[in-house]
Design a protein around this ligand. Sequence first.
Ligand SMILES: Nc1ncnc2c1ncn2[C@@H]1O[C@H](COP(=O)(O)OP(=O)(O)O)[C@@H](O)[C@H]1O
Ligand SMILES: [Mg+2]
Length: 236
Amino acid sequence: MIAISDLEAGYGPLHVLFGITTSYQREAITAIVGPNGSGKSTLLKTIFGLTKVFRGQITFDGRDITGRPPHQISRLGIAYLPQTDNVFANLTVRENIAMATYGMRKEEAAERVEEVKSFLPVIERYWNRKAGSLSGGERQMVAMGMALIRRPKVMLFDEPTANLSPKFAKIVLEQIVRLRDDLRITVLLVEQNALRALEHGDRAQLLVSGQLVYDGPARDLLENRELGRLYLGLRS
Ligand SMILES: Nc1ncnc2c1ncn2[C@@H]1O[C@H](COP(=O)(O)OP(=O)(O)O)[C@@H](O)[C@H]1O
Ligand SMILES: [Mg+2]
């Protein structure tokens, strides 16, 4: 549903991604792994219209979205969850979720809020707390809820489990699997912890110095001793 061809992108004069050609299939989780600074975040940001594209093309459901601004891309059904600053710390959870309904009719907004609560009932436990007082894992749940208000078809997650305890990381990843299984959402998941990401992904992509070094089944990358040892810190 997302197709990328011969993409080169970066920031200002800086070229970060080179010759990226790939596609993301409907209702699958693609884990994007690779060393620090290899361009994983830049890839997500580029799909969401936040970087400079030097060449190549990105299409979504056949429509060219290359170089379109984020608000347009969001309207087409792609949600981007950045690594940090993904909630309004000074607002309560309820207010954060309400912010996400901005521009909707009242009845529609109310319906979407109920929909999100029923998918993520856990957030009702901290409904009236300031988002800034929540744990990292709880905040991720709120950010996910805010994104779900728009019923996205694709969700781009940038290291949703960074700095979480293993217990919370597992809970967050389980919710991401539910996005695929229950809501049929296509997920691109950038993860620092390669092993964890590959265990949850259907497909995997390994980015090294802005280039795709591997693009295929997640399981095969897990079993690839050479790539695992060289780039992912997996023991062989
Ligand atoms: N806003 C930015 N402006 C300029 N350079 C950036 C910016 N964000 C990232 N970079 C550079 O782009 C390269 C890739 O970064 P990034 O995509 O964040 O890597 P990763 O997410 O894989 O750790 C790095 O060299 C980084 O310094
Ligand atoms: Mg990053």
